[in-house]
Design a protein around this ligand. Structure first.
Ligand SMILES: Cc1cc2nc3c(=O)[nH]c(=O)nc-3n(C[C@H](O)[C@H](O)[C@H](O)COP(=O)(O)OP(=O)(O)OC[C@H]3O[C@@H](n4cnc5c(N)ncnc54)[C@H](O)[C@@H]3O)c2cc1C
Length: 412
């Protein structure tokens, strides 16, 4: 197992739950035991939670210890030798394996030229979060968030709630446009503006300037203007952690490419933010950066690996049915007092229609249509309704069925 976080731990748990009794080594380059990331941009940054609430737990009696895992934390994997079936560690040690789970997640992209400037952060790890929080606690007043994806939007909301002056800079015409599409992205811009955030769209960053003390002082924009800042959080997307797999023979293309069952090579499966797989349901090669996917795919990959090991022992690849991994992806985001949830896909939608509530009230459900099918549902402060539409998407419901299904009992 390489990657000691959500997908990796869930895979280890599933291996044990399915009766695997062999040794499981978990290699992770962070020094911390597996912890949960979503609170980093929410409760921990807000100062409501301390980090002792972050460690991940498992559902088996006796907790993580009962999984009997051999931990290799603070240890970077630097290579994979598929022929020898070995993972190569940073100190040159080679760990042999019968089966391998790749769950190395992703790393935030950095803004070129921002290296070494104090007060400029990305947010992926608990250490990143504490560094941002320390700056806020030390009195930072003017936050500029570069990039309005989910992490940037959550950092903006949390820091605004803490009283900072916040500016969001986004190169695209709307925030969260890639995730939600243009129309719903505009609703998100409105949500932030409601709370006094300066949302600047179609705005490119030219560079960052620091003072004599080496601390960021302003963000220069491509139009020649600049914005004063004593704290900058860069949220311009992530790169899947596959550099250690280069030259291994695995297919790497914006992630480690797996088949529809999560198998990347004989005896090797991928899971979580690092993994891409062909979804039959949505007809696309997917890579999903959601908490729920890391859990579901980690478990699926573990079962797939066990099927492969069993087949290898029996000398027959067809000993167990090879179930494809084809979920309806789902995520949530908390911004101000709003819970935003998306089930399914919004990309490539032919139409988006509000079917419940209203965007002005910031309380609604919108559905996304591709052809004659409903492919996605976005909810703001409508969690129960979202669940109902998620089920319809899961069943492959038609657009007409979804539109006609607005259940008065589900409405609140
Ligand atoms: C701040 C934040 C807020 C989030 N909020 C939400 C949310 O509200 N809702 C939601 O659905 N999702 C959210 N997510 C996304 C969710 O946390 C991720 O999808 C999930 O953590 C992915 O799990 P993973 O195990 O695939 O990868 P990761 O959690 O990234 O773990 C991968 C691990 O592998 C390690 N690693 C990488 N390369 C190597 C190597 N070569 N050798 C050894 N170890 C290596 C990494 O250091 C890391 O510890 C959030 C993420 C962040 C960062």
């Amino acid at each position: 197992m390489v990657g000691a976080s959500l997908a990796g731990l869930r895979a280890a748990e599933e291996l044990r739950c399915e009766g695997f009794e062999g040794g499981i080594t978990v290699v992770g380059d962070e020094v911390h035991a597996p912890y949960d990331r979503p609170p980093l941009s929410k409760q921990v940054l807000a100062g409501h939670w301390d980090v002792d609430r972050l460690p991940l737990t498992v559902g088996v009696d006796g907790g993580i210890d009962a999984l009997d895992l051999e931990w290799r934390l603070g240890t970077l994997a630097t290579g994979l030798d598929l022929d020898a079936r070995q993972v190569i560690l940073v100190d040159g040690e080679r760990l042999g394996f019968d089966g391998l789970v790749i769950a190395t997640g992703a790393t935030p992209r950095r803004l070129p030229g921002s290296e070494g400037l104090a007060g400029v952060h990305t947010l992926r790890t608990v250490d990143d979060c504490l560094a941002v929080r320390d700056d806020v606690d030390a009195g930072a007043r003017r936050l500029v968030v570069v990039g309005a994806g989910f992490i940037g939007a959550e950092v903006a909301a949390t820091c605004r709630t803490r009283g900072l002056d916040v500016t969001i800079l986004e190169a695209l015409p709307v925030p969260l446009g890639q995730a939600l599409g243009e129309e719903m992205g505009s609703v998100m811009a409105g949500l932030h503006r409601d709370h006094g955030v300066d949302v600047r769209l179609g705005t490119a960053v030219a560079g960052l300037d620091g003072g004599d003390d080496g601390r960021v002082e302003r963000v220069r924009l491509a139009d020649g203007t600049s914005i004063e800042a004593d704290l900058v959080v860069v949220g311009i997307g992530v790169t899947p952690n596959t550099s250690w797999l280069e030259g291994s023979g695995l297919t790497l293309d914006d992630g480690v490419v797996c088949d529809a069952t999560t198998l990347a090579a004989p005896g090797v499966v991928g899971a979580g933010d690092v993994a891409r797989w062909p979804s039959r349901r949505f007809g696309e090669l997917m890579r999903v950066e959601h908490w729920d996917n890391a859990i579901a795919m980690g478990a699926h990959a573990a079962r797939r690996l066990l099927a492969w090991l069993e087949a290898e022992r029996a000398g027959d690849e067809a000993t167990r049915e090879l179930e494809p991994y084809d979920p309806v992806p789902w995520f949530w985001s908390d911004q101000y007092d709003r819970k935003i949830q998306l089930a399914g896909r919004s990309a490539g939608a032919d139409e988006v229609r509000v079917v419940d509530g209203s965007t002005d009230e910031r309380r609604f459900v919108a559905l996304y249509r591709r052809g004659d099918r409903v492919v996605g549902a976005l909810a703001m402060n409508r969690p129960r309704q979202l669940l109902a539409y998620q089920r319809l998407i899961d069943h492959g419901a038609s657009w007409a069925e979804a539109i006609g299904s607005a259940d008065p009992n589900v409405r609140s």
